[in-house]
Design a protein around this ligand. Structure first.
Ligand code: NAI
Length: 468
Protein backbone atom coordinates (compact mmCIF):
# COMPACT_ATOMS: atom_id res chain seq x y z
CA UNK A 1 0.00 0.00 0.00
CA UNK A 2 1.58 3.25 -1.17
CA UNK A 3 1.40 6.47 0.80
CA UNK A 4 2.17 8.56 -2.31
CA UNK A 5 -0.71 9.98 -4.33
CA UNK A 6 -1.18 12.38 -7.21
CA UNK A 7 -4.27 13.73 -5.42
CA UNK A 8 -5.48 13.47 -1.84
CA UNK A 9 -9.01 14.71 -1.28
CA UNK A 10 -10.11 15.61 2.23
CA UNK A 11 -13.85 15.04 2.47
CA UNK A 12 -16.02 12.38 0.85
CA UNK A 13 -19.17 14.41 0.12
CA UNK A 14 -20.58 15.18 -3.34
CA UNK A 15 -17.66 17.56 -4.03
CA UNK A 16 -14.92 15.27 -2.75
CA UNK A 17 -16.07 11.89 -4.04
CA UNK A 18 -16.87 13.25 -7.51
CA UNK A 19 -13.44 14.92 -7.66
CA UNK A 20 -11.88 11.60 -6.59
CA UNK A 21 -13.67 9.57 -9.26
CA UNK A 22 -13.01 12.09 -12.03
CA UNK A 23 -9.30 12.35 -11.11
CA UNK A 24 -9.03 8.55 -11.12
CA UNK A 25 -10.81 8.36 -14.49
CA UNK A 26 -8.11 10.70 -15.80
CA UNK A 27 -5.39 8.30 -14.71
CA UNK A 28 -4.28 9.90 -11.45
CA UNK A 29 -3.64 7.98 -8.23
CA UNK A 30 -6.18 9.19 -5.69
CA UNK A 31 -7.01 8.88 -2.00
CA UNK A 32 -10.19 10.19 -0.41
CA UNK A 33 -10.04 10.86 3.34
CA UNK A 34 -13.34 10.89 5.24
CA UNK A 35 -13.94 10.94 9.02
CA UNK A 36 -17.74 10.48 9.21
CA UNK A 37 -17.69 6.70 8.99
CA UNK A 38 -19.66 6.83 5.74
CA UNK A 39 -19.13 8.49 2.37
CA UNK A 40 -21.54 10.98 0.79
CA UNK A 41 -21.09 13.92 3.17
CA UNK A 42 -23.91 16.04 4.56
CA UNK A 43 -25.98 15.49 1.42
CA UNK A 44 -26.28 11.72 1.68
CA UNK A 45 -26.05 11.30 5.45
CA UNK A 46 -27.85 14.22 7.09
CA UNK A 47 -29.08 16.46 4.28
CA UNK A 48 -30.59 16.11 0.82
CA UNK A 49 -31.19 12.37 0.80
CA UNK A 50 -32.74 11.71 4.23
CA UNK A 51 -34.82 14.89 3.89
CA UNK A 52 -36.09 13.77 0.49
CA UNK A 53 -36.93 10.35 1.95
CA UNK A 54 -39.05 12.07 4.63
CA UNK A 55 -40.53 14.54 2.13
CA UNK A 56 -41.59 11.71 -0.17
CA UNK A 57 -43.10 9.59 2.63
CA UNK A 58 -44.88 12.54 4.26
CA UNK A 59 -46.28 13.55 0.88
CA UNK A 60 -47.73 10.06 0.42
CA UNK A 61 -49.21 10.33 3.92
CA UNK A 62 -50.74 13.71 3.12
CA UNK A 63 -52.12 12.38 -0.17
CA UNK A 64 -53.62 9.31 1.47
CA UNK A 65 -55.22 11.51 4.13
CA UNK A 66 -56.48 14.37 2.03
CA UNK A 67 -55.65 14.06 -1.64
CA UNK A 68 -57.25 10.90 -2.94
CA UNK A 69 -60.98 11.17 -2.31
CA UNK A 70 -61.36 13.63 -5.17
CA UNK A 71 -60.26 10.81 -7.51
CA UNK A 72 -62.75 8.41 -5.93
CA UNK A 73 -60.16 6.58 -3.86
CA UNK A 74 -61.16 5.95 -0.28
CA UNK A 75 -58.51 4.52 2.00
CA UNK A 76 -59.62 5.58 5.46
CA UNK A 77 -57.57 7.64 7.87
CA UNK A 78 -53.88 6.82 7.43
CA UNK A 79 -51.65 6.31 10.47
CA UNK A 80 -47.96 7.03 10.72
CA UNK A 81 -45.41 4.60 12.15
CA UNK A 82 -42.50 6.95 12.88
CA UNK A 83 -40.07 4.18 13.80
CA UNK A 84 -40.68 2.46 10.45
CA UNK A 85 -40.50 5.77 8.58
CA UNK A 86 -37.11 6.53 10.14
CA UNK A 87 -35.85 2.99 9.52
CA UNK A 88 -36.86 3.26 5.87
CA UNK A 89 -35.01 6.56 5.57
CA UNK A 90 -31.91 5.05 7.22
CA UNK A 91 -32.00 2.02 4.89
CA UNK A 92 -32.06 4.36 1.88
CA UNK A 93 -29.16 6.41 3.24
CA UNK A 94 -27.10 3.28 3.92
CA UNK A 95 -27.70 1.96 0.40
CA UNK A 96 -26.62 5.30 -1.07
CA UNK A 97 -23.48 5.74 1.03
CA UNK A 98 -22.48 2.12 0.36
CA UNK A 99 -23.02 2.90 -3.32
CA UNK A 100 -20.44 5.69 -3.15
CA UNK A 101 -17.95 3.34 -1.45
CA UNK A 102 -18.53 0.89 -4.32
CA UNK A 103 -17.91 3.64 -6.90
CA UNK A 104 -14.63 4.66 -5.24
CA UNK A 105 -13.49 1.05 -5.21
CA UNK A 106 -14.52 0.52 -8.82
CA UNK A 107 -12.45 3.55 -9.81
CA UNK A 108 -9.47 2.42 -7.69
CA UNK A 109 -9.68 5.40 -5.35
CA UNK A 110 -8.33 4.54 -1.91
CA UNK A 111 -10.89 5.42 0.76
CA UNK A 112 -9.10 6.25 4.00
CA UNK A 113 -11.27 6.50 7.10
CA UNK A 114 -10.04 9.19 9.45
CA UNK A 115 -9.61 12.91 10.05
CA UNK A 116 -7.27 14.61 7.60
CA UNK A 117 -5.09 17.64 8.27
CA UNK A 118 -2.42 19.43 6.27
CA UNK A 119 0.86 19.72 8.20
CA UNK A 120 2.61 21.16 5.12
CA UNK A 121 1.98 21.66 1.42
CA UNK A 122 2.36 18.25 -0.19
CA UNK A 123 1.35 16.17 2.81
CA UNK A 124 -1.83 15.06 4.51
CA UNK A 125 -1.83 13.51 7.94
CA UNK A 126 -4.72 11.18 8.72
CA UNK A 127 -5.73 10.44 12.32
CA UNK A 128 -7.17 7.02 11.44
CA UNK A 129 -10.63 6.11 12.74
CA UNK A 130 -9.27 2.65 13.53
CA UNK A 131 -6.44 4.21 15.59
CA UNK A 132 -2.99 5.48 14.75
CA UNK A 133 -1.88 7.87 12.06
CA UNK A 134 -0.94 7.70 8.41
CA UNK A 135 1.12 10.36 6.65
CA UNK A 136 0.37 10.73 2.94
CA UNK A 137 2.49 12.46 0.33
CA UNK A 138 0.20 14.35 -2.06
CA UNK A 139 1.23 16.19 -5.22
CA UNK A 140 -2.16 17.89 -5.01
CA UNK A 141 -4.56 18.32 -2.10
CA UNK A 142 -8.26 19.13 -2.48
CA UNK A 143 -10.12 20.48 0.54
CA UNK A 144 -13.75 19.37 0.26
CA UNK A 145 -14.76 19.42 3.91
CA UNK A 146 -18.20 20.99 3.43
CA UNK A 147 -20.16 22.97 5.96
CA UNK A 148 -21.74 22.77 9.37
CA UNK A 149 -24.94 24.12 10.90
CA UNK A 150 -24.86 27.82 11.81
CA UNK A 151 -26.25 28.69 15.21
CA UNK A 152 -27.66 31.80 16.85
CA UNK A 153 -25.98 33.33 19.88
CA UNK A 154 -27.58 32.18 23.13
CA UNK A 155 -29.50 29.32 21.50
CA UNK A 156 -28.11 25.97 22.42
CA UNK A 157 -28.90 23.24 19.88
CA UNK A 158 -29.31 20.05 21.95
CA UNK A 159 -30.68 18.01 18.96
CA UNK A 160 -33.58 16.91 21.15
CA UNK A 161 -35.83 19.87 21.96
CA UNK A 162 -33.90 22.48 19.99
CA UNK A 163 -32.75 20.80 16.81
CA UNK A 164 -30.77 21.61 13.69
CA UNK A 165 -31.62 19.96 10.37
CA UNK A 166 -29.76 16.88 11.66
CA UNK A 167 -32.06 16.41 14.66
CA UNK A 168 -35.14 17.38 12.65
CA UNK A 169 -34.46 14.39 10.38
CA UNK A 170 -34.67 11.96 13.28
CA UNK A 171 -37.38 13.17 15.67
CA UNK A 172 -38.81 10.18 17.54
CA UNK A 173 -42.37 11.56 17.44
CA UNK A 174 -44.38 14.22 15.65
CA UNK A 175 -44.13 17.55 17.49
CA UNK A 176 -47.37 19.24 18.50
CA UNK A 177 -45.97 22.62 17.62
CA UNK A 178 -42.71 23.11 15.77
CA UNK A 179 -41.24 26.61 15.64
CA UNK A 180 -38.80 27.05 12.79
CA UNK A 181 -36.23 29.84 13.03
CA UNK A 182 -35.37 30.83 9.45
CA UNK A 183 -37.71 30.73 6.46
CA UNK A 184 -35.09 29.37 4.06
CA UNK A 185 -34.76 26.07 2.25
CA UNK A 186 -34.22 23.82 5.27
CA UNK A 187 -36.91 25.48 7.37
CA UNK A 188 -39.54 25.12 4.67
CA UNK A 189 -38.63 21.59 3.57
CA UNK A 190 -38.42 20.12 7.08
CA UNK A 191 -41.30 22.31 8.23
CA UNK A 192 -43.33 20.70 5.42
CA UNK A 193 -42.38 17.19 6.54
CA UNK A 194 -43.59 17.70 10.11
CA UNK A 195 -46.60 19.79 9.06
CA UNK A 196 -47.82 16.97 6.82
CA UNK A 197 -47.30 14.47 9.62
CA UNK A 198 -49.50 16.53 11.93
CA UNK A 199 -47.47 19.29 13.63
CA UNK A 200 -48.47 22.94 13.77
CA UNK A 201 -45.61 24.86 12.19
CA UNK A 202 -44.68 28.48 12.87
CA UNK A 203 -41.83 30.04 10.90
CA UNK A 204 -39.97 33.08 12.21
CA UNK A 205 -38.01 34.84 9.46
CA UNK A 206 -35.75 37.87 9.79
CA UNK A 207 -36.34 39.29 6.31
CA UNK A 208 -39.61 40.64 4.89
CA UNK A 209 -40.25 37.43 2.94
CA UNK A 210 -39.47 33.72 3.00
CA UNK A 211 -36.61 32.45 0.80
CA UNK A 212 -35.40 36.05 0.44
CA UNK A 213 -32.92 35.30 -2.36
CA UNK A 214 -35.64 33.98 -4.63
CA UNK A 215 -37.51 35.90 -7.36
CA UNK A 216 -39.97 38.10 -5.43
CA UNK A 217 -43.10 37.04 -7.28
CA UNK A 218 -42.28 33.36 -6.80
CA UNK A 219 -41.54 33.89 -3.12
CA UNK A 220 -44.90 35.66 -2.65
CA UNK A 221 -46.84 32.87 -4.39
CA UNK A 222 -44.88 30.27 -2.42
CA UNK A 223 -45.76 31.93 0.90
CA UNK A 224 -49.44 32.11 -0.09
CA UNK A 225 -49.53 28.40 -0.94
CA UNK A 226 -47.73 27.39 2.26
CA UNK A 227 -50.13 29.53 4.31
CA UNK A 228 -53.01 27.69 2.64
CA UNK A 229 -51.34 24.46 3.80
CA UNK A 230 -51.45 25.77 7.37
CA UNK A 231 -47.99 27.33 7.91
CA UNK A 232 -47.88 30.40 10.16
CA UNK A 233 -45.29 33.02 9.24
CA UNK A 234 -43.81 35.79 11.36
CA UNK A 235 -41.75 37.86 8.94
CA UNK A 236 -39.40 40.77 9.69
CA UNK A 237 -38.87 39.14 13.06
CA UNK A 238 -35.73 38.49 15.03
CA UNK A 239 -35.53 35.66 17.55
CA UNK A 240 -34.01 36.87 20.79
CA UNK A 241 -34.05 33.69 22.84
CA UNK A 242 -35.51 30.29 23.59
CA UNK A 243 -36.45 29.41 27.18
CA UNK A 244 -36.46 25.72 27.91
CA UNK A 245 -38.28 23.60 30.48
CA UNK A 246 -38.46 19.81 30.37
CA UNK A 247 -41.50 19.77 28.11
CA UNK A 248 -42.00 23.29 26.77
CA UNK A 249 -40.01 25.81 24.83
CA UNK A 250 -40.81 29.51 24.74
CA UNK A 251 -39.39 31.36 21.75
CA UNK A 252 -39.19 35.14 22.09
CA UNK A 253 -38.88 37.37 19.07
CA UNK A 254 -39.19 41.03 18.21
CA UNK A 255 -39.59 43.09 15.05
CA UNK A 256 -36.29 43.07 13.11
CA UNK A 257 -36.34 46.88 13.17
CA UNK A 258 -36.83 46.88 16.96
CA UNK A 259 -40.05 47.06 18.95
CA UNK A 260 -42.24 45.09 21.28
CA UNK A 261 -41.25 41.49 21.92
CA UNK A 262 -43.66 38.57 21.42
CA UNK A 263 -43.36 34.96 22.43
CA UNK A 264 -44.66 31.62 21.23
CA UNK A 265 -44.77 28.31 23.08
CA UNK A 266 -43.92 25.04 21.39
CA UNK A 267 -42.45 21.59 22.02
CA UNK A 268 -39.70 21.66 19.36
CA UNK A 269 -37.58 24.37 17.77
CA UNK A 270 -35.73 23.93 14.48
CA UNK A 271 -32.83 26.33 13.97
CA UNK A 272 -32.40 26.78 10.19
CA UNK A 273 -30.53 30.05 9.75
CA UNK A 274 -27.91 28.86 7.30
CA UNK A 275 -24.69 26.87 7.30
CA UNK A 276 -21.03 27.81 7.72
CA UNK A 277 -17.89 26.46 6.04
CA UNK A 278 -16.28 23.60 7.98
CA UNK A 279 -12.51 23.94 8.21
CA UNK A 280 -11.85 22.96 11.81
CA UNK A 281 -8.66 21.08 12.53
CA UNK A 282 -7.31 21.18 8.97
CA UNK A 283 -4.37 23.37 9.96
CA UNK A 284 -5.07 25.85 7.16
CA UNK A 285 -3.80 28.92 8.97
CA UNK A 286 -0.53 27.23 9.89
CA UNK A 287 0.11 26.08 6.33
CA UNK A 288 -0.66 29.59 4.98
CA UNK A 289 -4.04 29.09 3.29
CA UNK A 290 -5.91 32.41 3.18
CA UNK A 291 -9.49 32.61 4.37
CA UNK A 292 -12.17 35.18 3.48
CA UNK A 293 -13.76 37.27 6.22
CA UNK A 294 -16.81 34.98 5.93
CA UNK A 295 -14.74 31.99 6.99
CA UNK A 296 -14.52 30.50 3.50
CA UNK A 297 -11.33 29.13 1.97
CA UNK A 298 -10.14 31.73 -0.54
CA UNK A 299 -9.57 30.35 -4.03
CA UNK A 300 -8.66 31.64 -7.48
CA UNK A 301 -10.59 30.85 -10.66
CA UNK A 302 -8.85 27.46 -10.81
CA UNK A 303 -9.92 26.49 -7.28
CA UNK A 304 -6.34 26.92 -6.06
CA UNK A 305 -5.86 28.40 -2.60
CA UNK A 306 -3.06 30.81 -1.66
CA UNK A 307 -0.81 27.74 -1.34
CA UNK A 308 0.28 26.10 -4.60
CA UNK A 309 -1.02 22.54 -4.93
CA UNK A 310 -3.79 23.01 -2.35
CA UNK A 311 -7.26 23.39 -3.87
CA UNK A 312 -10.71 23.82 -2.35
CA UNK A 313 -14.24 23.18 -3.62
CA UNK A 314 -17.86 22.94 -2.44
CA UNK A 315 -19.39 24.48 0.68
CA UNK A 316 -15.99 25.60 2.07
CA UNK A 317 -15.58 28.09 -0.80
CA UNK A 318 -17.69 30.97 -2.17
CA UNK A 319 -21.02 30.37 -3.88
CA UNK A 320 -24.21 28.45 -3.21
CA UNK A 321 -24.01 25.61 -0.70
CA UNK A 322 -25.49 23.03 -3.02
CA UNK A 323 -24.48 19.42 -3.65
CA UNK A 324 -24.64 19.78 -7.44
CA UNK A 325 -22.50 22.94 -7.38
CA UNK A 326 -19.92 21.01 -5.34
CA UNK A 327 -20.10 18.08 -7.78
CA UNK A 328 -19.44 20.35 -10.74
CA UNK A 329 -16.52 21.94 -8.92
CA UNK A 330 -15.25 18.44 -8.10
CA UNK A 331 -15.22 17.53 -11.78
CA UNK A 332 -13.63 20.84 -12.76
CA UNK A 333 -10.83 20.72 -10.16
CA UNK A 334 -9.95 17.11 -11.12
CA UNK A 335 -9.74 18.12 -14.76
CA UNK A 336 -7.59 21.15 -13.94
CA UNK A 337 -5.21 19.03 -11.82
CA UNK A 338 -4.98 16.53 -14.69
CA UNK A 339 -4.01 19.36 -17.06
CA UNK A 340 -7.34 20.05 -18.74
CA UNK A 341 -9.55 23.15 -18.73
CA UNK A 342 -12.08 22.50 -15.96
CA UNK A 343 -14.85 25.04 -15.77
CA UNK A 344 -18.08 25.80 -13.86
CA UNK A 345 -20.73 28.20 -15.15
CA UNK A 346 -22.08 29.76 -11.96
CA UNK A 347 -24.91 31.48 -13.88
CA UNK A 348 -26.40 28.12 -14.75
CA UNK A 349 -26.68 26.37 -11.40
CA UNK A 350 -30.27 25.45 -10.61
CA UNK A 351 -31.77 25.69 -7.13
CA UNK A 352 -34.71 23.56 -6.04
CA UNK A 353 -36.87 23.53 -2.92
CA UNK A 354 -38.53 20.13 -2.56
CA UNK A 355 -41.76 21.23 -0.94
CA UNK A 356 -45.20 20.64 -2.49
CA UNK A 357 -45.35 22.39 -4.86
CA UNK A 358 -41.65 22.43 -5.63
CA UNK A 359 -39.87 25.67 -6.37
CA UNK A 360 -37.02 25.73 -8.87
CA UNK A 361 -34.97 28.45 -10.46
CA UNK A 362 -31.93 29.10 -12.57
CA UNK A 363 -30.20 32.32 -13.55
CA UNK A 364 -31.37 35.78 -12.59
CA UNK A 365 -34.45 36.91 -10.68
CA UNK A 366 -36.41 39.97 -11.79
CA UNK A 367 -34.96 41.89 -8.84
CA UNK A 368 -31.38 41.02 -9.87
CA UNK A 369 -32.00 42.07 -13.50
CA UNK A 370 -33.49 45.38 -12.34
CA UNK A 371 -30.52 45.96 -10.03
CA UNK A 372 -28.14 45.26 -12.95
CA UNK A 373 -30.12 47.61 -15.22
CA UNK A 374 -30.77 44.86 -17.79
CA UNK A 375 -33.83 45.28 -20.04
CA UNK A 376 -35.83 42.05 -19.99
CA UNK A 377 -39.10 40.49 -21.12
CA UNK A 378 -41.29 38.32 -18.90
CA UNK A 379 -43.14 35.25 -20.17
CA UNK A 380 -45.44 33.57 -17.67
CA UNK A 381 -47.71 30.57 -17.90
CA UNK A 382 -49.89 29.23 -15.05
CA UNK A 383 -50.36 25.52 -14.37
CA UNK A 384 -54.12 26.16 -14.18
CA UNK A 385 -53.93 26.37 -17.99
CA UNK A 386 -51.83 23.21 -18.43
CA UNK A 387 -53.89 20.13 -19.23
CA UNK A 388 -51.72 17.57 -17.43
CA UNK A 389 -51.56 19.66 -14.24
CA UNK A 390 -55.34 19.95 -14.42
CA UNK A 391 -55.76 16.19 -14.81
CA UNK A 392 -53.44 15.60 -11.84
CA UNK A 393 -55.22 18.34 -9.85
CA UNK A 394 -51.86 20.00 -9.24
CA UNK A 395 -52.51 23.44 -10.65
CA UNK A 396 -50.73 25.59 -8.07
CA UNK A 397 -47.98 27.75 -9.52
CA UNK A 398 -46.55 28.91 -12.83
CA UNK A 399 -43.50 29.00 -15.09
CA UNK A 400 -41.81 32.36 -15.50
CA UNK A 401 -39.10 32.99 -18.07
CA UNK A 402 -37.03 36.16 -18.16
CA UNK A 403 -35.37 36.82 -21.49
CA UNK A 404 -33.11 39.61 -22.67
CA UNK A 405 -35.18 42.34 -24.36
CA UNK A 406 -32.48 42.86 -26.98
CA UNK A 407 -31.21 39.34 -27.76
CA UNK A 408 -34.09 37.10 -26.50
CA UNK A 409 -31.50 35.02 -24.60
CA UNK A 410 -32.93 33.36 -21.49
CA UNK A 411 -31.45 35.11 -18.46
CA UNK A 412 -33.49 33.50 -15.71
CA UNK A 413 -36.27 30.98 -15.22
CA UNK A 414 -38.45 30.29 -12.21
CA UNK A 415 -40.97 27.53 -11.71
CA UNK A 416 -43.33 26.92 -8.86
CA UNK A 417 -45.23 23.71 -9.47
CA UNK A 418 -45.55 20.03 -8.60
CA UNK A 419 -42.61 18.81 -10.71
CA UNK A 420 -40.57 22.03 -10.88
CA UNK A 421 -37.32 20.30 -9.81
CA UNK A 422 -37.30 18.12 -12.91
CA UNK A 423 -38.62 20.78 -15.26
CA UNK A 424 -35.86 23.27 -14.45
CA UNK A 425 -33.34 20.99 -16.25
CA UNK A 426 -34.49 22.15 -19.68
CA UNK A 427 -34.14 25.79 -18.72
CA UNK A 428 -30.77 25.19 -17.07
CA UNK A 429 -29.54 23.77 -20.37
CA UNK A 430 -31.00 26.83 -22.09
CA UNK A 431 -29.11 29.23 -19.80
CA UNK A 432 -25.92 27.14 -20.02
CA UNK A 433 -25.99 27.07 -23.81
CA UNK A 434 -27.20 30.65 -24.30
CA UNK A 435 -30.52 29.61 -25.91
CA UNK A 436 -33.27 32.11 -26.63
CA UNK A 437 -36.92 31.98 -25.55
CA UNK A 438 -37.70 31.38 -29.22
CA UNK A 439 -35.47 28.28 -29.21
CA UNK A 440 -37.64 26.80 -26.44
CA UNK A 441 -40.85 28.00 -28.11
CA UNK A 442 -39.98 26.19 -31.35
CA UNK A 443 -38.95 22.96 -29.64
CA UNK A 444 -41.64 20.26 -29.63
CA UNK A 445 -42.74 19.30 -26.10
CA UNK A 446 -44.64 16.06 -25.44
CA UNK A 447 -48.37 16.33 -24.81
CA UNK A 448 -49.77 16.01 -22.23
CA UNK A 449 -46.94 16.99 -19.88
CA UNK A 450 -46.32 19.87 -17.49
CA UNK A 451 -43.28 20.74 -19.62
CA UNK A 452 -45.69 22.28 -22.12
CA UNK A 453 -46.04 25.09 -19.57
CA UNK A 454 -42.32 25.79 -20.06
CA UNK A 455 -42.82 26.10 -23.79
CA UNK A 456 -45.90 28.28 -23.32
CA UNK A 457 -43.99 30.59 -20.95
CA UNK A 458 -41.27 30.91 -23.60
CA UNK A 459 -43.98 31.73 -26.16
CA UNK A 460 -45.48 34.23 -23.72
CA UNK A 461 -42.28 36.31 -23.74
CA UNK A 462 -43.41 37.24 -27.26
CA UNK A 463 -47.14 37.45 -26.45
CA UNK A 464 -48.03 34.26 -28.30
CA UNK A 465 -48.89 31.66 -25.69
CA UNK A 466 -51.63 29.52 -27.22
CA UNK A 467 -53.48 28.10 -24.25
CA UNK A 468 -53.90 31.29 -22.27
P1 NAI B 1 -30.94 29.58 4.06
O1 NAI B 1 -29.86 30.56 3.85
O2 NAI B 1 -31.67 28.98 2.91
O3 NAI B 1 -32.09 30.24 4.97
C1 NAI B 1 -31.83 30.79 6.23
C2 NAI B 1 -32.92 31.78 6.52
O4 NAI B 1 -32.79 32.19 7.89
C3 NAI B 1 -32.84 33.05 5.67
O5 NAI B 1 -34.10 33.28 5.09
C4 NAI B 1 -32.46 34.13 6.68
O6 NAI B 1 -32.98 35.39 6.38
C5 NAI B 1 -33.05 33.57 7.97
N1 NAI B 1 -32.42 34.04 9.20
C6 NAI B 1 -31.10 34.23 9.45
N2 NAI B 1 -30.92 34.65 10.73
C7 NAI B 1 -32.14 34.69 11.30
C8 NAI B 1 -32.63 35.04 12.60
N3 NAI B 1 -31.79 35.42 13.57
N4 NAI B 1 -33.96 34.99 12.86
C9 NAI B 1 -34.82 34.62 11.86
N5 NAI B 1 -34.42 34.29 10.61
C10 NAI B 1 -33.10 34.30 10.35
O7 NAI B 1 -30.31 28.47 5.04
P2 NAI B 1 -30.85 27.04 5.46
O8 NAI B 1 -32.28 26.88 5.15
O9 NAI B 1 -30.39 26.85 6.85
O10 NAI B 1 -30.03 26.09 4.50
C11 NAI B 1 -28.59 26.04 4.60
C12 NAI B 1 -27.96 25.73 3.28
O11 NAI B 1 -28.28 24.43 2.85
C13 NAI B 1 -28.40 26.68 2.19
O12 NAI B 1 -27.28 27.15 1.52
C14 NAI B 1 -29.27 25.86 1.31
O13 NAI B 1 -29.18 26.26 -0.04
C15 NAI B 1 -28.73 24.44 1.53
N6 NAI B 1 -29.82 23.50 1.35
C16 NAI B 1 -30.28 23.24 0.10
C17 NAI B 1 -31.35 22.40 -0.09
C18 NAI B 1 -31.86 22.19 -1.47
O14 NAI B 1 -31.15 22.47 -2.42
N7 NAI B 1 -33.08 21.70 -1.64
C19 NAI B 1 -32.00 21.72 1.01
C20 NAI B 1 -31.47 22.11 2.28
C21 NAI B 1 -30.41 22.94 2.42
Amino acid sequence: MSDNFDVVIIGGGPGGYVAAIRAAQLGLSVACVEMRGALGGTCLNIGCMPSKALLHASELFEEAGHGMEKFGIKCGKPAIDIARLMASKDETVKALTDGVAFLLKKNKVEYIEGRGSIPAAGSVNVALTAGGERMLAAKNIVIATGSDVATLPGIDIDEKQIVSSTGALSLPKVPKHLVVIGGGVIGLELGSVWKRLGADVTVIEFMDRITPEMDGEVSKTFARILKKQGFTFNLKSKVTGVKKTKTTLTVTFEPAAGGEAKSVKCDRVLVAVGRKPYTEGLGLKEVGVNMTDRGQVEIDEHFQTSVKGIYAIGDVVRGAMLAHKAEDEGTAVAEIIAGFAGHVNYDAIPGVIYTMPEVASVGKSEEALKADGVAYTVGKFPFTANSRAKVNRQTDGFVKILSCAASDKILGAHIIGADAGNMIAELTLAVEKGLTAEDIAYCCHAHPTETEAVREAAMATDGRAVHM
